[in-house]
Write a protein that binds this ligand. Sequence first.
Ligand SMILES: [Zn+2]
Length: 674
Amino acid sequence: MKKLFGREKKEKLKNATHINMGGVYVLGVMYVIFMVVLIAVQANVRYTIRADRLTLLPREELAKLKTEQLERMGSSFQIIQNGQSEADGTASQTEQDTLQEQEIQPGTDEAATQTEQDIQQKQDVHKDTLLVIEEGDAGSEKAQKLYIPVFSQMKIDFDVCTAEAFEPEMIPEYDKIVLAITHYPLLADTIAALKVWVKQGGSLMIAYPPEVSGSYQTLYEILGIKDSGDTTLVEGLHFDKNFMIGGTAKDYYIIDAYDCSLGLSITDDCEVYIRSTDEYSVPLVWRRKAGEGTIVVDNFGILEKAYRGIHCAAYSLMGDYCIYPVINGAAFYIDDFPSPVPGGDGQYITRDYNMSISDFYSQVWWNDIYELAKKHNIYYTGLVIEDYSNQVSGEFVRNREVRRFQYFGNMLLRSGGEIGIHGYNHMPLVLENFDYKDQYDAYIQWPSVEDMRNALDEVLDFTHDLFKDEELLVYVPPSNVLSKEGRELLNETSIRSVAAVYLSTDMAFEQEFEVSEDGMINCPRITSGCVIDEYMELAALSELNLHFVNTHFVHPDDVLDEDRGARLGWAKLYKNLCSYYDWLYKVSPKIRNMTGTELAAAVEHYDLVEVNRSFADDKLTLKLDNFNGENWMLFRMNNGEKLLRVRGGGFDEVADGLYLIRCLKDEVELEIYK
Ligand SMILES: [Zn+2]
């Protein structure tokens, strides 16, 4: 708006000077222009919608492809266990939650035979990675909850084996073995064989700091540990090597830090990648050559979803190379936008700008947000709220006060953005069976699915009337709350992508970046707001390295909400937001900026692709199943080689030894220069 108005004004002013008009006329001309722009905006002058660079597969086709993929994946890996520790034969809750694998139940002859057959089968088919776990141990269960989804999402060919069932003869079946256990005495019979295997070329990783025991200490010789002490506090991460995207840009601090690592000293031949920021720093991730093989120690014990990318990066240091598919996309969603003027405490707007809430949004906030988008070529996705009412039943009356919607909506679309749906009002789509646990006093549940449907139909119709060329494909649940019933309902509308949250909080609808079985695409938001705390910074860093993705939620009403930093004033909040965007584009200038729908398409490409890797004669060949025109990968080489060329695609070095690979064919060849 500012730009359009400014340009026309300048031309008119030039004319005005030319024919020597007085100031009054200039004012008159400006007034006329203002009126014309106002009328144009109100008359809903046709905006141009930027053609999507990526488009979605039809819903049914996508659902079919996803279902087929799940059926295939269902038998691709299993837990190997011999049943000594589980008399009742049931899997732990974590395993049930995280796994979709075929599980072999212990305790019966049939199961034992089955296990033997499977082990036999695996001897025939060499696999990439074995994750060794400890049943019933809290630390190991946390690690499983982290590493199993990470390996699945990196599309690594892996098995999971309990420590009890782990036999020396299984070791040579794998290239990489990751030990995610707390009590190393469980491996008393295998440790010697593991050490021999590493020296002969195997790659071993310690997945998290375990309990120090005599058995663990027998590994010190190959791990490069001189001495170990107690668990120790880690207040922040310092990157010694530029091996992760964004790692060396700054130090990253840990909110609510606790003793999560082992205090230890290591030998000089260990290559330290990450250490703690503390005065007496502790090595957190290191790699070491041991004979022909390598070891990686991940001594950073925070195993939460927000830190996945750190552990993924540690894993990628194993062996000679690691390659995995990524999304490559950055999307910015704007909460309640467009919507009626938000209610709230405008005292800080009055304090700093002396204007109404409504004027502040059109004259200050939007200009700033718009300029920031222009600077980084961002395409926002705004989420419509039709009316701030409490209504959950009856007829949902059309909001006729549409000027604000047209004004902001058209500008959003003109700048290449997208309009999605937040709701008829801000009541989350939950029925009376949903428990708000007294946390949202103002929220009312919907009496029936039919009422939710009517309200959704109304806001879709309302938005479609205003923006006829928009398809309305993206939905963000109000307050991040969404029920199963609400989620199912969305698949009956035009909505193709649900953008809830990546990191869980209380009752928030938590998601992974993936396609659901019914064809809906989940594009969770990772970070939000203008106060980017240490936790969000680390989560953003982590996700750039695991999925090469960034999703941020902009709240227009931060400036009305003390909990979100209103007291700081908009100028300071805006500065925070600017420095976050600056950080993002400084550390990942190659990331693709996308609208919500484009990101959904990128997630679709990423999630469906299946990767077959083979390495021979300094060439890594990727064969991609479910290839759909384009895929992106992160490729790490660990021995200082260079990537020479990529046949069937292209590449960029995004950190030392880490490459972003663009695959344009279903068979891609990476030529490596040693
Ligand atoms: Zn909202």
